[in-house]
Structures are given as C-alpha cells and as structure tokens.
Design a protein around this ligand. Structure first.
Ligand code: BMA
Length: 842
C-alpha cells in the first residue's frame, strides 16, 4: 500500500474573487481567513455580527501533487476525505469527481481513472452552508428552536449555526485528513472484534474482511499483546471466496478495564497482519480494553432502572456534557483535548456525554477517554429538531452512522449509543395538546403547530427506533442503544422520572427554587445545569473596560440564552445579597451554580440505587461566553467544577438539612468497605463548638446510607439559626475522606464575621503548598491567581477558624512559570463574607 498525503499547504479563495491566500489542510475557511489577517477575532465584543456575511459565500481550495507511474499501476487508487465540512464539489484535474453533503462522514472515492502521471491538481469547492439551509428550509417541518431554520436538512454540527451558549460561526473546510491510498494484491478492508466474557477468561472473536485483487494464497496473523507484554498469536489462511478471516482468541486471566475510580485501564493491542507467503502486504492495529458495559433497564420498586453495569457491577455515572471544543474547528488540538479530559478525571468524573448537537470527536479524544477511564454516553449528531426521512437524507445518515460506528466501536470507553438529543421534548413541544406541554410552550413563548402528531412522531420513530438501532444491531451488537435523551421505553413519556433518563433545569423558562430539586427522584439525569459568568480574566479577553458589568450590551452579546443574565441574578437573590463589584458578582454567580448542582448531586447520590447517574450541563465552552459550563473557553475551572470534584468524590459525606433537622449520609461509590469515624459539630460563627458527636461506621461498598440523624428543634428555640452551622467529616484512621459544612439559613442571612483569611505559601520541587487559615467560619473560599492560571487541589471550600486547609498547586498546572514570590503576589482570596460586605449588608 502506498499513501500520497494531501495534508499541508493549499491555497484558498472566495469563488467570486480572484486572489488566492495561503491555506492549511486540515483546517477551515475561517481559520485561513483569520491567519491571513482578513477577519477580526470573532470572539471579541460583538464581532460575531460582522462575520455573518462570510457564511453566505462559496470558497475554493486547491493544491497540486505528484503521481508516479507506479502509483497508477496499483489495483485500486482511492481518495480518502476523513472530513469535509460540508457541501462540496471535488475536482481532479478540472473534472468533477465527487460531491459531499455530510460533515460527519468519511468519504472515499475511486480516482484511478482521474489521475495522470506527473503533476495533478485537486480543487474542492465548498458551498455556503447558509445558502444551502435556506434553499432546503421549505422541507423542514418546523422552524428551528435553537438556530437558523433548515438546519435539520444539513448534516453539519448543528450548534455551529448558533445555540443557547454558542455563537453563529457555520464555517466550512477540509477539516480532517485528506490523502490518496494506492493498493494492490489485497488489503484489510474492515475488522470487528467482539468479546465474550466468562469466569477468568475472555474470548475475542476477530472478524477481518479483505479486498482481494489477486489469486495468490493469503494468510492472516493476529497478535494480541497484553498489558504485561505477553502475546497470543492466531494465524491461518484467508478464505478467498468470502474474503474473510475469523479467529477466536482466548485470553486467560484477563486484566479488566474499569471506569475512573474503580480500577485500572489496561489495554490490549490487537495487530492484524495480511501476508502473501512471508511478505507483509497490509496491517492494522487497534487497542482494546476488556470489559462489558450494558445499560440495564429492569422493572423495580420505583419503576424501571436506568443503570450502567460495568463488568457485572452497577455503577453510578458522574460526568458532564461535551459540546464542540472550539467554534473554529481548525483550533482543535490533541493537547487541548487531552487537558480537558484530564480535568474531567481530576474532577472525579467517570463519564462524559458526547452531546448530539455537536460533532463526532477526533480519534485522540476516544484514545484519551480509554486511557482515563471515562465512559462515553454517546449521542448521534441530532439535536432539538424534527429530522426529515426522505430517502436521500436517510441514505446520507446511514452512511454517517456506518462510518462513525466502525471508527469508534472498538474503544473501551464507549458505553452507550444514544440516537439523539431532546427530540421527543421538542416534537411534543411543537405538536402536543397536553396541558403540561401547553405550559412549557408558554414559558418559551411558542405557538402550537397544527401538524398531524402521529405523522411527526412516526417519522421520529422511523429514524431513531428503526433505522439507527437496526444499524447498531448489525455494526455494534454488543452495545446498548437508546433513541433519545431524555427518553424512556414508553414513547413520548420523557417527563416521567421513574424510568428512563431525564433533563432537568431550573431557570430555563421556570422559576422553581433550586431546593425543590429534592422533591424529584430521577433514575438518571443526563443533563442538569445552571449558568454562571466566566472568570474576570476570560471576560477581559473579549471586552473593553466599559463593557464590564452584568447588563452591558457586550455581556449580552456573550449570553445566548433567552433567559439570560436576569435569571442568574434572580436566583442569586434567593441566597445572596447582590454585590456591587463585578468581580464579586462573577464569583457569586459561580458559587451559586456550584451550590445548585451540589444540592441536586448530593440528593441523587444519597439515593444511589434509585438514581444511578448525573451528567451536568455542560463541560466546556466553544468561545468565551456566559453559560452553563464548568470549564470556560480558556480551560479555566469555574467554581462549579471544583464543586463537582467534591460532590462527585467516590466517597461522599453529605448533609441533608430540613429545617432544624440534619441527616448525615455517606455514599460509598467504591468497591471497598470503609471503616471509619463520622463526626459532627454544631459551631457558632466564630467556630466555637456548641455540641458535637461521633459514630464509628462500617460502610458497605457501592452503598448510600443515613448514618446520623440530628434534631436541633429544641436548641433552635434558644439560638438564632443565622449564627450557627454544622461541620461534619468522615475519617478512616489518619485519612480524611470527606468534610463539609451546612448552614440553617440562606447564605445572605448568615451572620458572617470577618474571616481574615490568611494563606501561607510554601513550595517543594513539584508543587506550591498553600496553608489556608481563617479567623472565623468562612464559606466558599475562592482562590485564584491574578494573571496566571493553575489548578488548585481544592477550591471554593468552607473552612472553620483554627483549622488549616492544605491545598496543593502542581507547578505543571501553571499556565506560566512562576517563582514563589510571584505566586504569592498574584494570589487572591475571596469568600461569602466579601459578598455581604460589598453589598453593604453587614
Ligand atoms: C439542553 C441541551 C441543549 C441546551 C441546554 C441548555 O436542552 O440539550 O440543547 O443548550 O439544554 O439550554
């Protein structure tokens, strides 16, 4: 096999203009225009508006490459386009050879007859995605909820047209590798490896399909190399009639792959070789992890379970939703993706949901998830729309599913295929006459569309309950499939909590106080979130000083939800006084989001068994924006992600407070029994102990239980609840497993004293060590650096007077090298006391 790599330097121009500019492939039109200095930074202030005309233009890419006579002498010469965004015509030597209409597909075209020996030219015309959807919008059933009408007609990352956290930047480009492959005699065409798990043994079945142009006898060799580097080899003749080779390979004493926090992620390398006599003519390699993952939905006392069972153990999934990593897709990089995913593992995630309004990630994303033990709840790329079912569209979709399932199915991390995002909700919203839907419609200010309900829902079922699951049965039969999120196995009963998965938001069209979340007992939540502002450092990157206040026109350009900044403030008022200072306002919004999610997550984890997963909305941002993200565009952790690290900790100690009663719970999401001491203390705002208690506990693996129930109803008569808090902790020997505090009133009513927080910074070779002390009870203590970025081992934590909280900052997490004095100078500290002080309520 011989490869002609077409990646690299190309030229590009607007079809309607003469002048070419330098272009980079893989890449995108917008990135090339930006590199040539022809467009402004789309993320700055309101520049988004200025770039919109660009997406109504057609662009052309071209480059030349050499072909030798021995290239053309091959049996097959194929052009591979691993990603073309989206509507394109491909020309070779001025002849049209192919058209594309799907960003998500891997295209391959036979081009042997189109090439000449010597210099060849390829040029690719990328048609305007905006014009394309405009021309097709008549075929759409409904106007789009999220962005431009007609986006359901184009197989392109739906959110690139704009979303309630995303700007409109529907770019085009040759966004993945492009190359020519010349093959002869025979090649490995496809392979699929299944796993059969039995006690102390896993049997792999490798199915390899070949393309054969020759009648020479062929042999296949499969080498499986385990994590201990021991190999198992299978070999035999290729069945030339069926062009196949099938081998069963037994692995004794298999080393199982586990999600993050439950064990290791050992990988087995499977090499497949194709030989003519002793000569190697083709090979393929894949890394697999040995594990079973199934979604178990069985009738139980509450309805029907919705839990992921990994290697026979039902595990609680903890994670967040991935959107696109950057609005300019050319800026994706392996390093950035890896950093983001490492942050997920650091925040105690064992799962990531790949959300359906985005794109199928690059291979390195999956490899990293394999390595870090992040189970994927993986959508196909359909979101919030009624998708068409005319044959041409369906054929395009079938190919997209085939390409992506074949590309992704061997990854150990792949936990579930999910057909789509929020389609049942949206269709119901458009057509249902039910009073519940009428109410939600009102919240969105939407009319009901007088369209035949059964027709619309029938179309949805055709695509997501027939076509896609049939393909999964054929291509990836060992994987679980659900048709939408949220959904359950009763059609259009997506609001039900006792079966299926749920999405739950406060503030999206409702004003439910967040403490009401405890009235719900979801089986699995695949979306739940609350908006907050990104850090001041991020805001500075897209604003001028005069823009820096919550309601400024520019802040609103970076707020895409119709509910907007007002909702954040409305909820803020429930718990906090509103600070004047913008920096404190940002801090307040961030800890509020943390508190909202903590409240729900702890409740769900206390109900482990009934509820078996929480995936927050959303993990990341694709530009600097006010959104639900836990990690902002620049990768900075918002308070929410630090809160996640605590509320997703494998061992969680939490307090369930109801008036003057407080229950202390432990959720143990590990495989180990924990013997330890659970302590509680009732303290005043100076941290003086008023009452306390302790209990020796033995905590079963994979369990959640209320160990201590306290009732202060008598004491409450004598004390003012705004002066007191409860501190609780769990320790096993010298090892502290969890600590937290809870107050009896909303934070704005608590009588905080000046905590005079003091941070002593020391260092060793690899880390800065921070020793945080305070003079009184301090809540949500936030640490940051003024200019540089870093990851603190804990942040936005509560601390009592006289305690020393030790925080580590790995020097490797710093965005720039700092010596200890610079680190000290840049360090800022804030706590809820500062909000109250700034708001003048003390
Ligand atoms: C859900 C998601 C997204 C959206 C988010 C916030 O509905 O699936 O479509 O961005 O909520 O509104």
């Amino acid at each position: 096999m011989y490869k002609i790599d077409l990646n690299g330097k190309w030229k590009m121009k607007n079809v309607a203009e003469e002048e070419w500019i330098e272009a980079k492939v893989p890449g995108t039109v917008f990135a090339d225009l930006q590199n040539a200095g022809l467009v402004d930074d789309p993320f700055f202030r309101d520049n988004e508006v200025k770039i919109q005309d660009l997406f109504f233009e057609d662009y052309e890419y071209a480059c030349e490459f050499e072909v030798l006579s021995n290239h053309l002498g091959n049996d097959e010469v194929v052009l591979w386009c691993e990603g073309i965004d989206t509507v394109a015509d491909i020309y070779l030597n001025k002849q049209l050879v192919a058209k594309t209409e799907n960003m998500h597909r891997t295209y391959k075209f036979d081009i042997k007859k189109n090439l000449v020996i010597g210099t060849n030219e390829i040029h690719i015309v990328l048609h305007s995605p905006k014009k394309y959807i405009e021309s097709k919008a008549v075929l759409s059933r409904f106007p789009s909820l999220a962005a431009n009408n007609g986006i359901d007609q184009i197989r392109k990352a739906q959110c690139t047209f704009g979303w309630d956290w995303g700007l409109s930047l529907p770019d085009s480009g040759i966004w993945r590798n492009i190359y020519i492959e010349c093959s002869n005699t025979a090649v490995i065409d496809e392979f699929y490896i299944t796993q059969q798990h039995e006690k102390d043994k896993v049997t792999l079945q490798a199915n390899i399909n070949f393309k054969i142009w020759n009648d020479k006898p062929l042999n296949a060799v499969i080498i499986v190399t385990g994590p201990d580097k021991k190999t198992i080899i299978a070999k035999g003749p290729v069945d030339a009639v069926n062009k196949k080779y099938v081998a069963n390979i037994e692995i004794a004493d298999p080393k199982l792959w586990w999600p993050n926090g439950y064990g290791e992620q050992p990988m087995y390398e499977v090499s497949m070789l194709l030989m003519v006599e002793d000569t190697l003519i083709d090979s393929k390699k894949v890394n697999i992890g040995l594990r079973t993952i199934v979604l178990r939905c069985e009738e139980d006392e509450w309805g029907k379970s919705y839990e992921f069972v990994v290697n026979g153990k039902a595990l609680f999934l903890r994670g967040s939703n991935l959107i696109i990593e950057d609005s300019v897709i050319a800026r994706y990089s392996r390093e950035r993706t890896e950093k983001m995913l490492k942050d997920c593992a650091e925040a105690n995630f064992n799962c990531v949901r790949v959300w359906g309004g985005a794109l199928y990630p690059n291979d390195d994303f999956y490899e990293t998830c394999d390595r870090l033990g992040l189970v994927l709840y993986h959508d196909f790329m359909f979101a919030c729309n009624a998708y068409p079912v005319y044959e041409e569209f369906l054929e395009n979709v079938r190919e997209e599913i085939r390409d992506n399932v074949k590309r992704i199915r061997h990854h150990a991390c792949l936990g579930l295929w999910n057909g789509s995002n929020e389609i049942e909700i949206v269709l119901d919203l458009f057509v249902s006459k039910s009073p519940e839907m009428e109410e939600i419609r009102k919240g969105f200010g939407l009319p009901r569309f007088d369209v035949d309900e059964s027709l619309i829902k029938g179309e949805y079922l055709k695509l997501f309950a027939e076509i896609i699951p049939e393909l999964i049965k054929e291509l990836d039969p060992q994987r679980s499939y659900v048709r939408s999120s949220p959904s359950n196995d009763v059609y259009f009963d997506h609001l039900s909590e006792n079966r299926g998965d749920s999405h739950y938001y406060i503030g999206n069209g409702n004003t439910t106080p967040y403490r009401k979340q405890r009235e719900h007992y979801w089986r699995f939540v695949s979306e739940m979130g609350f908006q907050s502002y990104p850090s001041m450092k991020t805001i500075k990157a897209f604003t001028l000083p005069e823009d820096r206040y919550p309601d400024s026109p520019i802040m609103y350009k970076h707020q895409k939800s119709v509910y907007g900044n007002k909702v954040i403030e409305m909820y803020m008022q429930q718990d906090f006084n509103i600070p004047e200072d913008f920096g404190l306002y940002i801090y307040t919004s961030q800890i509020l989001a943390g508190e909202v999610l903590k409240y729900a997550a702890e409740h769900m984890r206390r109900n482990r068994g009934r509820c078996m997963g929480m995936i927050t909305w959303q993990l990341n941002d694709c530009w600097p924006v006010i959104s639900w993200a836990g990690r902002d565009y620049f990768g900075r952790w918002k308070a929410q992600l630090y809160y996640s690290k605590r509320f997703f900790a494998p061992v969680l100690v939490s307090a369930c407070d109801e008036g003057s009663r407080v229950g202390i719970y432990v959720t143990n999401d590990t495989f180990d029994t924990i013997d330890g001491t659970l302590k509680w203390e009732l303290k005043d705002n100076r941290s003086d102990v008023i009452a306390n208690g302790a209990e020796e506990v033995s905590i079963e693996p994979l369990s959640a239980k209320n160990y201590i129930q306290l009732d202060f109803s008598d004491e409450v008569k004598d004390f003012r609840p705004e002066d007191y808090y409860i501190e609780f902790s769990l320790a096993s020997g010298a090892n502290e497993l969890g600590r937290g505090t809870t107050i009896f009133v909303p934070a704005k009513e608590f009588k905080f004293l000046n905590p005079e927080i003091n941070v002593l910074v020391e260092e060793n070779e690899t880390s800065f060590i921070l020793k945080v002390k305070s003079a009184a009870y301090a809540r949500s203590v936030g640490l940051d650096l003024e200019k540089a970025d870093c990851i603190f081992s804990d942040n936005y934590f509560d601390i009592s007077a006289n305690a020393v909280k030790v925080i580590e900052v790995k020097k490797s997490s710093l965005s720039e090298k700092l010596i200890i004095d610079q680190f000290r100078d840049q360090l800022t500290v804030v706590s809820v006391y500062d909000i109250a002080k700034n708001a003048g309520s003390l």
